[in-house]
Design a protein around this ligand. Sequence first.
Ligand code: SAM
Length: 624
Amino acid sequence: MSLYYEAAEVLTAPANAGGSLKSRIFKKELKSQPAQIYAIAIETCKWSPILKEVIENADILRLERKLTPILSLLLVHDLLLAKKGIALPATHGLRTSVERHKGRLQAELTRARIRRKLGTIEALKAHVETGIEHGADTSEAPYPRWIRINTLKTTLEDQLDTTFSGYEQVTAIDQVRQRGSKRLHIDSHIPNLIAISPNIDLSKSEAYKSGCIIFQDKASCFPAYLLDPVPEDGDVVDTCSAPGNKTTHLAAILVSHCPEPDESTQVIHAFEKNKGRAETLQKMVGLAGSDGFTHIHPGFDFLKTDSAAPSYKNVGALLLDPSCSGSGIVGRDDMPELHLPALKQHAATISKPGKKGTKAPEASKPSSKRVREEEEPSMDIMVDDDGVVTAVNTDAELKTRLEALSAFQLELLLHAFKYPAAKKITYSTCSIHAEENEVVVMKALESDIAKKQGWRLLSREKQVTGMRDWPVRGSVEAANGNSPLADACIRANKGDGNGTMGFFVAAFVRNGDSAPEPQYLRDDQGHIIRDMMGIPVADVPAENPEDDQATPAVQNTSEVVDEWNGFGDEEADIDLAEPPKATERAEPSQKKPKLSQSNKHAFKPGPRKSGLVGVQKKKSKRSG
Ligand SMILES: C[S@@+](CC[C@H](N)C(=O)[O-])C[C@H]1O[C@@H](n2cnc3c(N)ncnc32)[C@H](O)[C@@H]1O
């Protein structure tokens, strides 16, 4: 594999693979010199806003169909800016595909310089070095670095006393979002999560290397926290696990809920279809200290799992975080910003996903053709969270891509519904598109299997404290005006001041058995039938009142109800048919969910014993 292919692979690796550009290159097995790859990757990123303009205006992506956007950037960079030109034999196909446009490309580079009112190429180089071409890099409030304290190995208290001892603790997230500061903020929604100032690199710290701290965006912590696996849930499935941030978070929460971790038989089944990514998962799980009770299924497609198999008969909770468009991912400071070119006719509106759109360079005098093109709907290049790059040049293409993703996500969710002992499932994406979020949730609720097995959405008031208090909710518009449904959905928006990536999560619940759960009478369209007062009519056979399962099916321990607090409760049943009237909504839960032990510890760290000792015991017993 050539230098350029390897550099392209590193630059388009999934953002959630984590780590800086350097660490990604140096921990990878590469044929080319890592330093050489780093140099070309970093320089190309630096120049990418200008090279994008040059490549788009020279229109070489249309002329050279085999050239991908990322390869074109790397090659054009070397052709125009590297002392020795393109590092490939003169007859190499990649080299010739770019070199034959040299004159045009050079002319476009000159135009780009003149548009910036810069007299020489040296002045242009100095301009690029300032970084002002990268909008996000110069922002006054860059993204904080979110760090999850891995309670399988340490406690928040210990980390505050050691790794973060020199940090100034601040109460508002905005206060850490300042370059050059050394501040720390303890998150108020997710237990054991902190944010520190950007630019602080902890990747060489002992705490990171030993798995005591894990770099994980706040929003990415929502699913495991919302799922909140308790001992009564039995085994847990992480359906799409690599690289494993949510798997290890699940493990930490699961252990924190165990009164006697060393006696627990609960396991986590972690599925990962991609064998290469499963290796990363394996490493993460080992480093986090949860390998003793995490059963990894490498290269295993969750869709092919037999939910009725005896090994899954105790699975009570599933976390589903499938591949998605990745449109919520934020370009992190530790990975340089990259502006990918696209086909010329769409150039004016293309921006990198996860970034604010870069302003298109002003064209000299737009022709009427150009004006028409600029009026076309916004275009994008999608780099999904598996690193798959898809050029989306029209609204129709975007729609098709989202439909395909949405269908795949729904299929996985409906498969998760099949697990016979499952009582709760979280569904999440790092996408901003309703098609992958609220739309999937609504389709899942409308499915036959959901109706048959009584799956419904966990309403906001039943959610674990931090998620109930989190203010950013689903889109009412995307939920067809159904406010309670939208309110049950949780979103995080990049760039809204909360310092998170774009994210979506919703939780499904049902009673603890797979028998069809009578709920409300429905009409032919599946809409809930209401009485004259607007109250849903319970689907209860009058002659067999003892069979009435519409009454909340209280679990055998109050703990479960307190923690999850929503089984069989009609208030947790989100009506898809129409937004409930105000009187229906004005019946909040009588019982507020209690903070779990671990949650209490999170905000007020408890004795060291609760985090460390129990887990070590548990691990040694299970791996024994
Ligand atoms: C969004 S990523 C998961 C991120 C992970 N939950 C985390 O927090 O670290 C989606 C992962 O699902 C895997 N995947 C996609 N389809 C799958 C399937 N049918 N079965 C199992 N894994 C799948 C992909 O290879 C990818 O690694």
